[in-house]
Ligand binder design. Sequence first.
Ligand SMILES: NC(=O)c1ccc[n+]([C@@H]2O[C@H](COP(=O)([O-])OP(=O)(O)OC[C@H]3O[C@@H](n4cnc5c(N)ncnc54)[C@H](OP(=O)(O)O)[C@@H]3O)[C@@H](O)[C@H]2O)c1
Length: 247
Amino acid sequence: MESTNRTVVITGAGSGIGRATAHAFADRGANVVAVGRTLETLRETAAGRARIVPLVADIAAEGGPAAVVAGTMERFGRLDVLVNNAGIVRPSPLGQIEATEFDRFMAVNLRAPLLLTQAALPHLEASSGTVVNVSAAVGQRGWPYMSLYGSTKTGLDFLTRTWAVELAPRGIRVAAVAPGPVDTPILENNDFDPDSVAAMHKLREQLPLARAGTAEEIAFWIVTLADPLAAFTTGIVIPLDGGYSAA
Ligand SMILES: NC(=O)c1ccc[n+]([C@@H]2O[C@H](COP(=O)([O-])OP(=O)(O)OC[C@H]3O[C@@H](n4cnc5c(N)ncnc54)[C@H](OP(=O)(O)O)[C@@H]3O)[C@@H](O)[C@H]2O)c1
């Protein structure tokens, strides 16, 4: 797989799946704009790989998506691949959901990918580019206490299919990956309580493959979906979940 001289923007590149994806693209010769709110972790992602450039931005803040696209064009003058990866997750039992929490989920997991994709459109069109959304297997079945997270991810699946059709005439492909449990710092990053952490670990054992995935196993499919040889592929959401959605 080749990515030479393409420019890839990855949100949430300071850890987990985003970091592994940044490494995978850079190791295939792409220039990578690594987006997140924390410069220190973005620098860790970029360490030893000159092709990765950190860009500090809050994609949920006013002007964040526009700043990401402007910074990318300023640095590299092109944008070939947009990976909408940054996301937040927390249990949200019905009966305890505050409107502010609903708004936060929507802002990070759904509004930001939409506004970022919108801001990137002219540049993606110029490069016959690709958008890869990072969804979640949680949307494939009911999952207690995941009302907010699951809603944003099934929303992202719908955006993936809709944009694939809407943007095909402009030469832009759109696809998504839907991971099951993956070994990343996501639970720590989102202050999961010990009971919720235990429940998530139990879930891993119940998957047909009986383990969590690795960030590299998810990055492989993100890179593959953006590969020029995937040019006939658009509008799909690939389950990467150890068999969760098949069982
Ligand atoms: N790990 C799993 O089990 C799993 C399963 C299914 C789906 N996913 C999805 O995979 C994606 C990546 O998750 P992960 O497991 O790699 O989690 P992670 O390690 O917590 O990575 C998420 C990244 O997003 C960044 N981020 C959060 N809010 C942001 C904002 N407003 N603006 C810019 N960056 C922001 C965080 O960095 P800063 O805080 O420094 O900004 C962090 O580096 C998420 O969309 C998640 O829903 C993960």
